[in-house]
Design a binder for this molecule. Structure first.
Ligand code: ADP
Ligand code: TRP
Length: 330
């Protein structure tokens, strides 16, 4: 399968990003049947407030983190979106195939527009169209993302279908690939998804120290809510435990905690520190590898440069084909 996915360089990576998307990227890359490309979506990230002085660091940090988590330039094309000409051109072409009300219906647009009322810019509005271009320029079959991105994938398929109907078969209709944990919930308000925008205490960042993780899990909302949502905090913590349980013993531990939770007997004073420990241990290697890699930013930049060359060759070919199909090549 041809696989592509991207992530924005803004804010800190958290366990929602990891369990919903990046973990799957690494798994897919390690299957030699797949051709994978992963990128830092810097063009998408400038649709929100940002500091131009911080942006280069955010891009480099994200690329370094992805490498530290196990993305391998020998197996995957790893690149920075804005270094590859073609994405924005194809997005312009796709703009002419999308109706304004379709974009107005996008949940992420509505949420972000409500959060940045003074800056509802064209880029934010056209965000899903650029995303469709990112995906289709690689003619990808599948896109590993969290559940919040599935609406964008539906639009991507609509765009592909419309282009094919109007101008002849060109693009595949890519599907989303979800993990078993496609939607990790916020630690402070488990009715919302875990997100950078929910505040420090709502998420566990991959860089959080074991002490901070312990504190955040300790104060996480568990089964204290009311009504039918009473257990969603506890369910979320259990799902996180399950996702990080690797050994047979850890899986057994999980089954026991799950049973206790179902019976209303889970002792959070025991479960929570154990969950914190499991998460902290999982990212111990990551923290070490990140520290090593960040000593040598030039190496990371080189990987991105070489990824951009490979991605550009693919993008150029698809863009030319699309232009030819719509009659722009004389
Ligand atoms: P954030 O919402 O924190 O800004 P991004 O929009 O940068 O996260 O998401 C990057 C990737 O991580 C996407 O594939 C997205 O679907 C996934 N993702 C983000 N938050 C979660 C979550 N809480 N649970 C599962 N996947 C998530
Ligand atoms: N919109 C995605 C997010 O918010 C990031 C993204 C941009 C993306 N282009 C993409 C994901 C193409 C998958 C494929 O997380």
């Amino acid at each position: 399968m041809k696989i592509i996915s991207g992530i924005q360089p803004s804010g800190k990576l958290h366990i929602g990003n990891y369990l919903g998307a990046i973990k799957n990227w690494i798994k897919l890359q390690n299957d030699s049947e797949n051709e994978c490309a992963f990128f830092v979506a810097d063009y998408h990230s400038i649709t929100e407030e940002f500091d131009p002085k911080e942006k280069p660091k955010e891009i480099l940090d994200l690329a370094t983190s992805l490498l530290a988590l196990g993305l391998d330039p020998e197996k995957s094309i790893i690149f920075q979106q804005s270094q590859v000409p073609g994405h924005a051109d194809l997005a312009w072409i796709f703009d002419t195939l999308v109706k304004i009300p379709e974009l107005e219906r996008m949940t992420q647009f509505k949420d972000k527009a409500a959060a940045q009322k003074e800056n509802i810019n064209m880029g934010l509005f056209g965000y899903p169209v650029l995303m469709a271009a990112d995906i289709l320029i690689h003619k990808a079959d599948a896109v590993p993302v969290g559940e919040d991105q599935t609406q964008h994938l539906e639009l991507t398929r609509d765009i592909a279908r419309r282009f094919n109907n109007n101008f002849g078969p060109t693009f595949p209709e890519p599907k989303s690939l979800l993990t078993e944990t496609p939607r990790i919930m916020s630690l402070v308000d488990p009715s919302k998804k875990m997100s950078k925008s929910g505040g420090e205490k709502s998420y566990i960042a991959l860089f959080d120290s074991p002490e901070i993780i312990k504190e955040k899990i300790k104060s996480a909302v568990s089964d204290t809510g009311g009504g039918k949502d009473k257990r969603i905090g506890g369910d979320n913590l259990l799902a996180i435990f399950d996702a990080f349980a690797e050994t047979k013993e850890e899986k057994n531990e999980y089954s026991n905690y799950k049973r206790e939770h179902a019976d209303g007997k889970l002792k959070y004073s025991e479960f929570k520190p154990r969950l914190a420990e499991l998460i902290a241990n999982h990212f111990a290697d990551f923290r070490n590898r990140y520290a090593e890699l960040s000593e040598n930013p030039d190496q990371v930049k080189k990987i991105l440069d070489s990824g951009a060359k490979k991605a550009s060759a693919i993008a150029e070919k698809t863009l030319r084909e699309a232009k030819q199909k719509i009659g722009l090549i004389i």
